[in-house]
Design a protein around this ligand. Structure first.
Ligand SMILES: Cc1cc2nc3c(=O)[nH]c(=O)nc-3n(C[C@H](O)[C@H](O)[C@H](O)COP(=O)(O)OP(=O)(O)OC[C@H]3O[C@@H](n4cnc5c(N)ncnc54)[C@H](O)[C@@H]3O)c2cc1C
Length: 430
């Protein structure tokens, strides 16, 4: 339902501007001498900055199902990042404009506005909030290189301090308290949910089987200990292994796509060795426990029954399509025809190929083609057209490494296919 996908955006925009709308009768409009005008800019940017910061916290709550109002968790994380970044820029404008507003009076007045005596606690709370923001945002600046994910996540806890200090600053200085209480509860409540409530609500599973697929790739088969999750194809979960013998990643949550059919009582998850935690998972032992949180995402939710589908999966990015194919194999109703291309370097790395060939032979309307880059080079328009002549007319779903996604998106857009018909998932959203 497209309206549902975007309804979260509308709600969010209303909330971003709510404190400003409430404050506008007090602030009045911009105008007058530069000093007054800059004060107005400083106040407006400060109000928007805090609203965005609190909402960045609110959208990080990760309640299963909540992400669907925003077009999936991947998109919601992008919104979270965007809000955090925009808030940081606005905080800088806030301080700069208020300082500059006092310059016409004197330079000393400008310095005193920004750095008053320590007895002006409300203002110093604002500076402390800014410092907390710098601490948790700095590692994300390209200048420092790729952040270590787990360390960066722990550092993110400082964001709770930034939210709290910013909120305190506003409650002491702003005239209107209720919008700040509302957004404050949303932002801090979301963090409390993530850290306190969500871990208690994870589903307990037991590793039933570990199927080696290729070098550095296994498929875990997990059975729920009590009630399992319900999912639709293309969704993913956060998996927290509890196997005591793991060399890394024990008790750490990582996102993985569900490669089993929704009707299967067990979860199947294909895991490629891409770092320390996923490397350790290659040796997980059957019988050990794992916690599952989710499901999240809506990769295949954007379905258009009037058009056939083209699925392009590369590397471990084949997993959402394996889930989709397994669903078809269990007799799921197919809306139109589906053509799956499996992009791999060679037959050995096309670890799900045998099963996919078998499903294609059994399910009418589902076609499977492999593409080996060692033999054929990169995927071309001619190769797609040779096996799927009407590919430009289809609804297209892509999942694979970032380089492959980029190449395929470019190739398809160059064929005149509108971007709205190309849906991509990248296994690297943070
Ligand atoms: C929506 C989604 C679905 C995915 N599905 C699969 C799948 O089906 N099979 C599979 O093998 N891999 C999948 N991945 C990738 C998998 O999550 C990473 O390979 C794994 O988290 C790497 O952790 P690591 O400690 O082994 O490696 P690291 O070296 O720590 O990380 C490697 C990269 O993975 C990312 N990453 C690490 N930890 C996390 C985390 N907790 N949350 C988000 N990103 C993280 C980082 O951006 C980092 O650049 C998926 C990722 C996403 C976002």
């Amino acid at each position: 339902m497209p309206w549902l996908r975007r309804s979260g955006d509308v709600f969010l925009i209303v909330l971003i501007f709510l404190p400003l709308l409430v404050a506008l009768p007090r602030l009045g409009g911009p105008g007058g001498p530069p000093g007054e005008w800059l004060t107005w800019v400083g106040q407006v940017s400060g109000i928007l900055a805090l609203a965005m910061m609190l909402l960045a916290g609110a959208v990080s709550c990760r309640v299963p199902g909540f992400d669907r109002y925003f077009g999936g968790l991947t998109r919601l994380w992008r919104i979270h990042h965007w809000l955090g970044f925009a808030s940081f820029i606005l905080v800088m404008i806030h301080a700069l404009a208020l300082g500059l507003a006092a310059v016409p009076a004197s330079l000393d007045a400008a310095v005193a506005t920004l750095f008053p005596p320590l007895s002006h606690g409300a203002l110093w709370l604002g500076w402390l909030a800014w410092a907390a923001m710098v601490i948790f945002l700095a590692p994300t600046f390209d200048f420092f290189g790729q952040p270590h994910y787990q360390r960066w996540k722990h550092l993110h806890l400082v964001s709770a301090a930034a939210l709290l200090l910013g909120l305190w600053h506003a409650l002491l200085l702003a005239g209107e308290a209720w919008p700040w209480w509302l957004l404050g509860i949303a932002g801090l409540g979301a963090i409390a949910w993530r850290k306190g409530v969500a871990p208690q609500r994870r589903h307990a599973y037991r590793v039933e089987e570990v199927v080696p697929l290729a070098r550095g790739v296994v498929e875990l088969v997990l059975r729920p200990e009590h009630q399992g999750i319900r999912h639709v194809t293309g969704q993913f979960v956060y998996l927290t292994p509890l196997d005591q013998t793991l060399s890394a990643g024990r008790g750490e949550e990582h996102p993985y796509t569900i490669a089993s059919a929704p009707s299967d009582g067990r979860l199947r998850i294909g895991i490629k060795d891409l770092g320390d935690a996923s490397h350790a998972l290659q040796t997980v032992t059957p019988g050990t426990r794992a916690l599952i949180e989710g499901p999240y995402g809506e990769f295949f939710e954007r379905r258009f029954p009037e058009r056939d589908m083209l699925w392009l999966g590369g590397g471990i990015g084949i997993t959402p399509f394996v889930g989709g194919a397994r669903d078809l194999a269990t007799g799921a109703v197919m809306e139109g025809r589906i053509h799956l291309f499996y992009l791999a370097s060679d037959a050995v790395r096309a670890y799900y190929q045998e099963e996919l060939v078998d499903i294609a032979e059994r399910v009418e309307g589902f076609t499977f083609t492999q593409h080996y880059s060692r033999e054929k080079g990169v995927m071309t328009e001619a190769y797609l057209r040779q096996y799927c002549p009407d590919f430009t007319e289809r609804e297209i779903y892509i999942c694979g490494p970032p380089g492959m996604n980029h190449h395929l998106n470019r190739l398809l857009l160059d064929q005149g296919i509108p971007a709205s018909r190309i849906h991509s998932e990248v296994f690297d959203f943070l």
